[in-house]
Design a protein around this ligand. Structure first.
Ligand SMILES: [Zn+2]
Length: 174
């Protein structure tokens, strides 16, 4: 009898669109029960899902988020399958619109620059995550016309973070 009641209540719950259903208990009293969505539709990666990689660099503590092309093999994966296939990443966000994968990275992010004097000309190097320098920009600023204070700073190397800081530092030298 009681079992029969509860199964009819469940059927009723399936039929209703609302999260709140009215349940008549054994004593005939009425109470409202909130039904949790237990069988929510499992979300999967779509070909149109945007994929972002977020890396926090341990030396500079900067976090860089970049959008990357969604790998074909990722399409149709569930969150659990993503966790299995990409164990190095933490899934920070997972929806059909957007996925954000997060991990810690070594060294520096890619927005660190050093401005220095090379044969009398101001040049800019970009530092990679292992602090290796690669030529970023050769300016037309000649160091011989600069104040001695700037010349000394250039000998040491002027370290800047972000392209906008780099540009304002170069403007100061011009
Ligand atoms: Zn950084």
């Amino acid at each position: 009898m009681i079992n029969g009641n509860s199964s009819s209540i469940q059927e009723e719950a399936v039929r209703t669109d609302s999260n709140i259903i009215t349940v008549n208990n054994v004593e005939g009293q009425t109470r409202n029960t909130i039904i949790m969505q237990t069988a929510s539709i499992e979300e999967k990666v779509l070909p149109t899902t945007k994929l972002y990689l977020e890396k926090k660099y341990q030396d500079c503590k900067h976090t860089v988020k970049t959008e990357v092309e969604l790998p074909v093999e990722m399409v149709n994966m569930t969150k659990e399958e993503m966790e299995e296939n990409y164990p190095d990443w933490t899934i920070k966000e997972f929806s059909k619109d957007e996925i954000v994968l997060y991990r810690l990275a070594n060294g520096l992010c890619n927005e660190h620059f050093v401005i220095s004097d090379e044969n009398g000309v101001v040049v800019v190097y970009r530092l990679d995550e292992d602090y290796n320098k690669s030529l970023y920009e050769k300016t037309d600023i000649y160091t011989e016309y600069l104040p001695s204070q700037d010349i000394n700073r250039l000998k040491e190397g002027i370290y800047v973070y972000t392209v906008s800081d780099l540009n304002s530092e170069l403007e100061n030298l011009e």
